[in-house]
Design a protein around this ligand. Sequence first.
Ligand SMILES: [Zn+2]
Length: 82
Amino acid sequence: MLCPNCDVEMTIRTGVRVTGDKDPDTATRVYLVQRFFCRNPACPAFGREQASVLHEMQTETDTPGTEEPAQSAHETDKLAAT
Ligand SMILES: [Zn+2]
């Protein structure tokens, strides 16, 4: 992605954002966050975040209580064997 101020390709920093993990009534969601920073020292926006993109990731914990631990262990065994 290009900086909107100087049209130089920006640096990307990637992180993870989790929402709802503190509230049992809210579904936990995990996002991959890409933040774009200008890297042109001559640009007034140098070093500042110019854009961010959020990608929601699939989680296995959306429906707590329905997962059977025995089944998960079995799948792990199957993966290890291949
Ligand atoms: Zn810039």
